[in-house]
Ligand binder design. Sequence first.
Ligand code: DP6
Length: 342
Amino acid sequence: MSIGRTTANFKTLKYWGKRDKTLNLPTNSSISVTLAQEDLRTLTTAATSSSFEKDNLWLNGKEEGIKGDRTIACLKDLRLLRREMEAADASLPKFSEWPIHIVSENNFPTAAGLASSAAGFAALVVAIAKLYQLPQLMSELSKIARKGSGSACRSLFGGFVAWEMGDLTNGEDSKAVEVAPLSHWPSMKAAILVVSDDKKDTPSTTGMQSTVATSDLFEHRINTVVPKRFEEMKKAILSRDFAAFGEMTMKDSNSFHAVCLDSYPPIFYLNDTSKKIIKLVHALNEQEGKIIAAYTFDAGPNAVIYYDQEHENKVLGLIHKYFHQVSGWEKVSDQVAQFEDL
Ligand code: DP6
């Protein structure tokens, strides 16, 4: 039996748009931070035995079976790599021919825009790769996780991770690489404001397809804005420049939500509470005369606020003042009347 454990990754430069829907090949490179956080984790165990009747999967205690095309694609690739090893070494047990049992559990709401599918597919790939004793490096395995869910490829690494979009049609160069480990910038913190744990309005895949097909702004984003930002954000991370990192993170979140709004019909992921959080962060930065906090929102209304530990009291203090709960899985109350007084 083998265990894969991953935590959610939060995008600082968004992946939005596919050039190949089956292989999950993106239209732009992206960057995320994988947090070392216990309250956002997926734990997956994998076991194989010739006595198992069939492949099977349990998700949060419920028998789901292996049905999704994406899970099937990941399993197929992992088995292929194991089969190659078995072909080269006849003494190895024929794991690739035996049924596999996968048990996965996550401790955060599924499909609420909190990157649960990313952590789920990444943990699945890691657990099976360990079970099969595959020698491949994480970047190689990230190509398999990518087929499960695009954002999953970045979750194989901790810390600051780039997903290089690549340009081959078979996806062989579309993989995740480490920009820096979390230890490079240990004072970087993130607070998660759960505005809603409802299922997201428009699933990412559907949303992306609609944006690619209908948004006029999209071409500008992927051809002009993101390529430059991708290089600059890596530099900001490497030089631990919070102001530059924060500004680009916020601008990229806004750019992503702008192309969602520019899709036809428009896609709305932010709600009024999200917008109040945006205003609050800008008000705080203005008051400080520099960027000490940065928000980012994925395909949902929940916020991730990045800040440096040295400003923790100021950032969390302010959030506490205007919202009833910070992080954890308590919902941030919609009653933010005091916010209007800012
Ligand atoms: C808004 O990875 O969920 O979080 O590849 O279809 O599984 P699929 O999409 P998914 O999309 C996530 C989009 C995002 C931005 C990001 O991950 O960078």
